[in-house]
Design a protein around this ligand. Structure first.
Ligand code: EPU
Length: 420
């Protein structure tokens, strides 16, 4: 099992580029199942564990997929899909595997997918996905840990989400593109990855309007074709480098992510005393040696992303003053707090709020990653601490980033990957 040894105390400086967004690529791999002929090509794809798991899922279904790791290009031929079942062994590795349900239903009228279950950051039910499918005329049964969905022909309907669900919106979109008639999703997720999925689906021949708003309209078409596509840059990877620079008092330019996808984050970084410059597809941060405290509320896009909450917290551990972070999306997304305390942070949690009293310095310690972003937050805190830290269970970080340490080292970080 891999771990990181981080020698803290270096300011990050330089320029770094982001890969395509993991959370845009995963639904696009699922969407490739909608093309019954031709080859789907996705570019600039990060070679991380979640992408490899999603490829394993569609290969299990019978698709022919290849990942050229050097050129970061995926090619998928879904003409030979001959199974409709996503098994427990794959879904348990990654909840997003549930995203194959929408396209399988749309193309074959049948899908059997292992129920994803809870995960470290919360219970994360899929009830909104299921209710949406049912409204499109799908018969659902749940047995032995599997959800089986069947429909002769999906029929458009008006759907409403209790709260905007990112993958829920994507799953319904992919099921509705080949349905008869018109589907309207009310209270849809507005995230850039959802917009990008609509863009690739429209390029494939779908008729979707309203992407990026809370009301998306889909007019069903009879077939879709495979396309060549470059997904948007990863705003969460970009945010990771920005908070890493903020926490270490550095100056870093991040290329490949439109600033408007991280407006809430840039706003908060400015509150924290950082200077931000931006261009069409880049952002540059210059951070003071000590940040100012601020308060953060996580909210569905365009609010502050829950995925960057842990990373912001790491940067705030050494800020001047007291900060409060209110986590409103997931009920258990404070697992990093105990680990940050091991590095010397002064944080208390009351329900869904964490209060961070800034300390003058953090010190190196042994800590453990518990999910993708919690793991990245520990890397940031360890880089801003004095002395040496060991971060174990790096496989959590590797689910969402392609060798995060290599890009950080180009910015001056002292991180080594070692094996137990
Ligand atoms: N929810 C329900 N019922 C549902 C669906 C969601 O109650 O049927 C609840 C969830 O439990 C949560 C809230 O609604 O409290 C929002 O969840 P959402 O469905 O939006 O999350 P998701 O689609 O499962 C995606 C990302 C996550 C990211 C969240 C929030 C992907 C593959 N995953 O998850 O990314 O944290 O949206 O933005 O897109 C990550 O990349 O590290 C990651 C966890």
């Amino acid at each position: 099992m891999d771990y990181f040894i981080v020698e803290g105390g270096t300011k990050l400086e330089g320029t770094v580029s982001v890969y395509a967004s993991k959370n845009a690529v995963l639904p696009m791999i699922a969407a490739s199942l909608l093309a019954s002929k031709g080859t789907t090509v996705l570019r600039n794809v990060p070679n991380n564990a979640d992408v490899r798991t999603m490829l394993a899922v569609i290969q299990h279904l019978g698709a022919v997929a290849d990942f050229d790791e050097k050129s970061h290009k995926i090619t998928i031929d879904a003409s030979s899909v001959n199974s409709y079942e996503a098994p427990y062994e794959l879904v348990k590795k990654m909840r997003a595997s549930f995203l194959v349900m929408g396209p399988l239903l749309a193309r074959f009228g049948i899908a059997k997918v292992s129920q994803p279950g809870g995960c470290a950051i919360g219970a994360r039910p899929v009830d909104q996905h299921i209710r949406g499918f049912a409204q499109l005329g799908v018969k659902i049964s749940e047995k032995h840990g599997y959800t089986t969905a069947k429909a002769k022909k999906l029929a458009g309907a008006i759907l409403y989400f209790d709260r905007p669900s990112h993958t829920g919106t994507e799953n319904i979109l992919m099921s509705a593109v080949l349905a008869s008639g018109k589907t309207v999703i009310i209270n849809a997720a507005q995230d850039p990855e959802v917009v990008d999925l609509c863009n690739i689906l429209n390029k494939m021949g779908a008729k979707i309007e309203g992407a990026g708003t809370s009301r998306i309209t889909i007019r069903g078409v009879s077939s879709l074709s495979a396309v060549d596509y470059r997904p948007i840059g990863d705003r969460l990877e970009a945010g990771t480098f920005l908070f890493a620079a903020a926490a270490t008092g550095g100056k870093v330019r991040v290329k490949g992510c439109p600033p408007e996808h991280i407006s809430a984050v840039l706003f908060k970084l400015e509150d924290m005393g950082a200077k931000i410059a931006e261009g069409k597809n880049w952002v540059e941060i210059s951070a003071p040696s000590r940040l100012k405290s601020t308060d953060i509320i996580t909210d569905p896009y365009p609010g502050f992303p829950t995925d960057l909450q842990a990373l912001a917290m790491s940067a705030l551990c050494r800020a001047d003053g007291t900060s409060v972070i209110w986590e409103r999306i997931f009920e258990n997304r404070f697992l990093h707090v105990m680990e940050l305390q091991r590095l010397g942070a002064n944080i208390t949690i009351l329900g869904d709020r964490a209060t961070i009293i800034g300390v003058e310095a953090l010190g190196g310690a042994n800590v453990m990653a518990s999910d993708i972003r919690a793991g990245a937050s520990l890397v940031i805190a360890a880089m801003s601490a004095s002395g040496k830290s060991k971060i174990s269970r790096v496989y959590h970080i590797d689910r969402g980033y392609e060798k995060i340490e290599e890009k950080l080292v180009t910015l001056g970080a002292k991180i080594k990957r070692e094996s137990e």
